[in-house]
Design a protein around this ligand. Structure first.
Ligand code: BGC
Length: 780
């Protein structure tokens, strides 16, 4: 089996010296044109099994070696800031080569390199360059056997058109068109090449249709699960017969597939049959976000088989959470699927519409949940490097990364640097520290973090950030300092909207969060001066926040859920205000009848903050609410991934505002972090990260009993099971070797026993299985 070399394998070369030259097909027609390939036949006297292929491309490549598609990796070389960093892959060729003559073909697609990026008002083509090209070298024990260069030939492929958003048009009659044209050597600075840094994108287990409807010539299929991926099918029929496949995440009220929310992304497959018996196909240069597909047949053809094939950079879950409420289990599963569908080389907002960008705010709020569900260390390290490349001279961090607008600033009117979004530069490395003890990530990001802090301070020349008023003008422009605030916060009845957090309050809260994290990072790195400086800055922001946003009677900001959530969670409520602010916080939740009132930045904080104030009743009310806005509303409506908007669909299946509406947006799935850390009660500890020490502090919601959680760490699996009846909790914790648990004293726990014997917290728990029992305080 041809396998990509594990990027984290110590033997994988980080950089290498290249003998190859980058070559572009002579007749490359430019973006949206027919995909071309570069080809070389060559002879090997013997094959040792140690041959390797090192390869990259400007564009996306698919390799055929002796007619067989090479390896399981997809969409390689992946998406990086191609002007600064370009990944190359190394494949062990094993059995793919034969003694005697061999043929290597590299097909080149437009990909992110020069295909459409972004939506019509901001649309870019040729973002990084106009010509696709391949760079490849076949080696044996480090010696070059073959390298791309002027002696290769080129020709068209059967891929008549391709694009990440577009989909693919494939004419199987064109498979054997000769490759007789020449190639053009193009400039490629090999100094920007880096060995593949994260797990490659690969296929997950395919999904068969669970339902189909329509007529034979236009049949719709439901694969039962919204995914990022593509269809694979087998068809028989006449030469020249055609299949057109449209995709959709949802069906409209008429029951037919509706992909109006894809906006300008066609996301279509058009396949023309060769007509030579059963023919199987899956796309080469694209993916879609979909649950449904409609196959229209033109001419005489029969579809023998169709499957939906999810693709992802995260292939093996590392965490699981189940409880006594099936809808919560589905919510967790939906989050897992949203992670899969959006972790396709870059952590994207959504996998379906003409966007699919590495939005930094989304990644920021979701990072911890991502690490609970999958091993994301290498994936996020790569993303972190893109963030660093994209940082502007004034310290602003991009709103999405890789950021195509860095090279084309006029294409998009919103300047980089939104608070809550750019703060990914502090939150993400800290998450990598907590989960993996990745000090190198902290060190690598530290200079960029400090520049981000300077940028934040510069916005209003002080601790209180005053973003420019308004949002975005009709031309899509915003002033520097613009913030997305608590994006997509539901405001309730539009005749009398609920109060929402002000942009100034949100930006200042995040100013504090980042200052605090930079101070902690400096401490870990032993940067004493910086630690003192940023701690002082954090304290200054905290004091200014209290003065500006907290009334003498303890009301904070707009007295809305997000403000209290962030202020309590991050310790911004001074001692003397805690009792009153707690009452106001409770009111902000009760006033909505238990409905969520938070957007992108408030949502991950609200349940952890209610946990902080011990509001078990309100946490349960928000979590278990089945109406919009709330987490379970979408589950009840049959969602299989997390929606972008709380009200993405009306109770009767009405599709809300398709101009900006995704059914696969992981941000609100960030709640899973709380399920692991509070409900299951296991959390990483910054003083002994990577779960060397586990904070054990369950916040028991009896309604969820029985709860079971698993998380695979580098030390082994941590397992929690608890049940709760009549206020008595039986909590079983299993810790692997190399870890130690710490259960703090808590007013919430009484009658504590450990393995049947009365115990007094705090408790230190060695590796092994522990039976802990306690009584929880009755609801407030
Ligand atoms: C994206 C996001 C993103 C937001 C910025 C949207 O179009 O889909 O999820 O964070 O814009 O506020």
């Amino acid at each position: 089996m041809d396998q990509a070399v594990d990027p984290r394998d110590a033997h994988a070369p980080l950089t290498r010296t290249w003998n190859a030259r980058a070559i572009s097909p002579a007749d490359d027609p430019g973006h949206n044109g027919r995909a071309h390939r570069v080809v070389r036949e060559f002879t090997l006297d013997e094959v040792t099994g140690r041959e390797q292929l090192h390869v990259t491309a400007l564009g996306i490549y698919t390799i055929f070696l002796n007619g067989h598609r090479l390896g399981p990796d997809l969409l390689a070389p992946g998406w990086t800031n191609y002007d600064a960093r370009l990944a190359y892959q190394t494949y062990d060729l094993d059995a793919a080569l034969a003694p005697g003559s061999n043929r290597l073909e590299i097909w080149l697609g437009d990909g992110w390199y020069r295909g459409q990026l972004m939506w019509p008002q901001s649309m870019l083509h040729d973002t990084y360059g106009t010509r696709v090209a391949a760079l490849a070298e076949l080696t044996l024990d480090g010696d070059t056997l073959l390298a791309t260069g002027p002696d290769w030939t080129s020709g068209p492929t059967p891929v008549l058109r391709n694009g990440i958003y577009y989909g693919e048009t494939f004419d199987a009659r064109e498979v054997d068109v000769p490759a007789e044209a020449g190639v053009e050597v193009v400039a490629l600075d090999t100094a920007i090449l880096v060995a593949q840094e994260c797990p490659p994108v690969q296929e997950l287990a395919p999904l068969s249709p669970v339902r189909s409807w329509g007529e034979a010539r236009a049949t719709s299929y439901d694969f039962g699960q919204n995914i990022g991926g593509y269809v694979a099918f087998t068809v028989t029929g006449d030469p020249g017969a055609r299949l057109v496949i449209e995709h959709a995440e949802v069906c409209g009220q008429d029951g037919e597939i509706d992909n109006s929310n894809y906006r300008s992304a066609p996301a279509r497959i058009e396949y023309t049959l060769a007509g030579n018996g059963p023919e199987s196909y899956r796309p080469h240069f694209t993916f879609m976000g979909f649950r449904y597909a409609r196959v229209t047949i033109e001419g005489d053809a029969t579809l023998e088989r169709i499957e939906a094939v999810p693709i992802s950079s995260v292939t093996h879950p590392k965490g699981a959470f189940t409880c006594g409420v099936p809808a919560i289990d589905r919510l967790v599963l939906n989050t897992l699927w949203s992670q899969r569908g959006n972790f396709i080389d870059v952590p994207t907002d959504c996998p379906q519409r003409d966007e699919r960008l590495g939005w930094t705010g989304d990644a920021q709020v979701f990072a911890a949940t991502a690490c609970w569900l999958h091993d994301c260390q290498a994936f996020f390290r790569k993303y972190l490097r893109e963030l660093i490349v994209d940082q502007r001279p004034d310290g602003a961090i991009s709103n999405f990364s890789p950021d195509p607008t860095r090279l084309h600033p006029d294409s998009f009117g919103i300047p980089p640097g939104s608070t809550g979004w750019g703060d990914v530069i502090t939150v993400l490395p800290w998450t990598l520290w907590l989960h993996y003890g990745d000090k190198a990530a902290l060190a690598e990001a530290f200079p960029a973090m400090q520049r981000w802090m300077d940028y934040l301070w510069s916005l209003s020349d002080g601790p209180i950030i005053l973003p420019p008023p308004g949002t975005v003008d009709s031309g899509g422009r915003a002033d520097p300092g613009f913030t997305f605030g608590d994006w997509l916060q539901p405001v309730g009845d539009n005749r009398k909207p609920q109060p929402t957090i002000g942009d100034d309050c949100a930006a200042t809260l995040y100013h504090y969060i980042s200052a605090d994290l930079v101070a902690r990072t400096a401490e870990v790195l032993g940067e004493r001066d910086a630690a003192t400086r940023f701690r002082a800055r954090a304290e200054e922001i905290k004091a200014a926040f209290a003065e500006e946003f907290i009334t003498p009677s303890g009301r904070i900001g707009a007295s809305d859920q997000t403000t209290y959530a962030l202020a309590f969670l991050h310790g911004l409520v001074p001692e003397q205000h805690v009792p009153a602010a707690t009452r106001y916080f409770r009111r902000a939740v009760e006033a909505t009848g238990g409905k969520i009132g938070t957007g992108f930045i408030g949502t991950p904080a609200i349940l952890p903050a209610l946990t902080r104030i011990g509001a078990r009743d309100l946490a349960a009310m928000l979590l278990l609410n089945r109406d919009a806005p709330g987490w379970l509303y979408q589950v009840d409506l049959g969602a299989t991934t997390i929606w972008e908007r709380w009200d993405a669909m009306g109770p009767n299946g009405e599709i809300y505002d398709p101009e900006m509406n995704s059914y696969n947006h992981y941000a609100y799935g960030a709640i899973c972090q709380w399920l692991f850390e509070s409900v299951a009660g296991i959390a990483p500890d910054p003083d002994a990260p990577a779960f060397a020490r586990v904070r054990v502090d369950p916040f028991v919601l009896p309604e969820l009993s029985p709860v079971s959680a698993r998380h695979e760490t580098a030390h082994g699996e941590i397992a929690v099971d608890w049940t709760c009846a009549d206020g008595r909790v039986a909590y079983t914790l299993t810790l692997p070797e190399g870890t130690e648990g710490h259960l703090p004293a808590s007013p919430d726990r009484s009658e504590l026993t450990l393995n049947g014997t009365a115990a007094t917290a705090p408790l230190t728990l060695p590796p092994g299985r522990h039976e802990i029992a306690f009584r929880i305080a009755p609801a407030a």
